[in-house]
Design a binder for this molecule. Structure first.
Ligand SMILES: NC(=O)c1ccc[n+]([C@@H]2O[C@H](COP(=O)([O-])OP(=O)(O)OC[C@H]3O[C@@H](n4cnc5c(N)ncnc54)[C@H](O)[C@@H]3O)[C@@H](O)[C@H]2O)c1
Ligand SMILES: [Zn+2]
Length: 362
């Protein structure tokens, strides 16, 4: 499936297909870019899928240098970016060259940042290999590295020329990593499209067994929804805030637990549960709308209750939310499945009450 992302001169396509990694060379060639490329990946992903990408690129006439990054968040440092710039210089990459990211969101963020900054910007291709990266991080053009004071504090907007989602890579994901990515998939359904949410509800068995047709259809649907948001709000001024659903409280839950304690997707799942509770408490959504969200997340093996939540620490973390404007954190809430509304007067009492409910265990 080919999903167009219409951004005028920065338009590109998202290719969602089993085996798509083998087509990256030909597709990149068709864009008329220069013949040098650097493949950024980590050792584990490189072992699994690096060869397919390198072969595809070389048989399409590209000269390829492989740059190996540390695994996970450890890739998103200025030291690793600096090694990446060094590798680009050594391989004599120029502005017509291409940096290809093969991996999860961390590889994509680092490679995208190097691509945005090396010679003020090279061509960039995303080959995301986690569900989270496929449905969220790889499209939209946000690239970043971390600062000791916070995640993603240093970065640039830099759109890819092409996104290659090879859904076969989902097969090798550890179960916890796979489930975590599904939290973003559910998020897209809740705030963007009721029919898609219904489809996920009907597909929980197939998603559980990673049935190929089911995984392909659901991932393509989520990529399509993300693309539609990016098209309407490229620089994240307003509409794109909708993608923060479950994240306003979810990020704070993740930070308060200590990074690495729970996965991002698990924290988002709890964040969705808490924000759905806020919506009910404020009379914005019905109890039934809240229950549907929780049931779906739970069916997919994601947490919606946790005794590990410390409400005070979560509230403290929320006051540091960098997306807050004038001290108020805008909330994206779902009045019903498939719709969203932005509310700016949610106070600490609302959040505390919601957290108490989901921390209760059940
Ligand atoms: N730029 C954006 O818009 C955006 C959006 C959301 C998240 N992010 C960023 O994404 C990062 C998280 O990404 P992530 O969840 O993909 O995790 P990750 O990139 O940290 O990867 C997690 C682990 O999975 C392994 N892995 C990746 N693909 C695999 C596969 N197919 N089979 C087996 N193992 C595989 C990796 O080697 C790594 O160890 C964070 O840094 C976050 O800030 C960016
Ligand atoms: Zn997220």
């Amino acid at each position: 499936m080919l999903i167009p992302v219409d951004l005028g001169p920065r338009s590109y396509s998202i290719v969602v297909e089993r085996g798509a990694l083998g087509t990256v060379g030909a597709r990149l060639r068709a864009l008329g870019v220069g013949s040098r490329a650097a493949l950024f990946t980590d050792a584990a992903i490189g072992r699994l899928y690096g060869k397919a990408v390198v072969e595809s690129l070389t048989s399409a006439g590209f000269t390829v240098t492989t740059v190996e990054l540390p695994e996970g968040e450890a890739a998103k440092t200025v030291a690793v970016a600096s090694d990446g710039w060094d590798a680009c210089v050594a391989a004599r990459l120029d502005r017509s060259s291409t940096i290809v990211a093969l991996g999860g969101g961390a590889v994509g963020d680092l490679a995208g940042f190097v691509s945005a900054t090396y010679m003020r910007g090279t061509n960039f291709v995303q080959c995301p290999t986690t569900v989270l990266a496929q449905v969220d991080a790889s499209s939209g053009g946000k690239t970043a590295i971390d600062h000791p004071k916070g995640k993603n504090l240093i970065g640039a907007f830099h759109q890819p020329r092409l996104v290659i989602v090879d859904t076969a890579t989902v097969d090798s994901l550890p179960a916890r990593e796979y489930r975590s990515g599904l939290a973003e998939v559910v998020k897209h359904g809740i705030v963007l499209e009721a029919a898609y949410f219904d489809d996920i509800e009907r597909s929980t068995d197939g998603l559980g067994t990673r049935d190929h047709a089911t995984v392909d259809r659901i991932i393509a649907g989520s990529c399509r929804l993300k693309a539609s948001v990016v098209e309407r709000d490229e620089r994240e001024s307003d509409l794109r805030m909708v993608l923060n659903y479950g994240h306003t409280i979810g990020h704070a839950i993740e930070a308060a637990a200590g990074y690495g304690e729970m996965t991002h997707g698990e924290a988002v799942s709890l964040g969705i549960a808490a924000e759905a509770a806020v919506a009910v408490r404020r009379g914005i959504a019905s109890a039934a709308t809240r229950a549907r969200q929780e049931h779906l997340l739970a069916r997919l093996g994601l947490p919606v209750r946790s005794t590990a939540i410390d409400a005070r620490a979560v509230l403290e973390a929320m006051t540091h939310d960098k997306k807050g404007r004038d001290g108020r954190v805008p909330f994206v809430l779902a009045p019903e499945i498939g719709r969203f509304t932005i509310v700016t007067d949610i106070g600490p009492d609302d959040v505390r009450a919601a957290l108490t409910e989901i921390a209760a265990g059940r």
